[in-house]
Design a protein around this ligand. Structure first.
Ligand code: DGP
Length: 123
């Protein structure tokens, strides 16, 4: 099992040590705009609990955390106004998934037609 790093950037955001542009918050979930948006709408949705990635979260989160998280994803897409035209949810996991920040996050990307996924690796 991967060890959670308390010093990752999203842990610092959750502790209020780094500012963020919050779009949604409840007891279990925080959603904020990505600092480097790849689409007109690009929001990161994170659980408040300390989970490295989706593997960790799905195995170890409580039922309340799991329910809150997945309900929030759809609610936030609706709040962002991307529900009708569609959007993409992405959760990069681990090295091959190109996960940069080791705190579970799902990207909500939309607001334009997105390219097809999974370009070949450059290396
Ligand atoms: P990933 O590669 O899936 O781990 O995505 C990490 C995302 O986090 C990336 O799209 C950029 C975003 N990001 C990194 N640091 C910050 C930050 O300090 N604030 C915000 N809002 N987003 C950040």
């Amino acid at each position: 099992m991967k060890t959670y790093d308390d010093n990752n950037i999203f842990a610092k955001i959750l502790r209020g040590e780094i500012p963020n542009d919050t779009v949604y918050e409840d007891d279990h979930v925080l959603a904020f705009r990505d600092i480097n948006p790849q689409a007109p709408v690009h929001v990161l949705v994170i659980p408040k609990g300390a989970y490295v990635d989706m593997t960790d979260f799905s195995a170890n989160a409580s039922d309340a955390e799991l329910t809150a998280y997945f309900r929030a994803l759809a609610k936030i897409a609706n709040l962002l106004g991307v529900e009708d035209d569609g959007y993409r949810l992405i959760s990069n996991t681990g090295k091959n998934g190109e996960q940069d920040v080791p705190h579970l996050h799902v990207h909500i990307a939309g607001g334009r037609r997105l390219r097809r996924m999974l370009q070949p690796s450059e290396d």
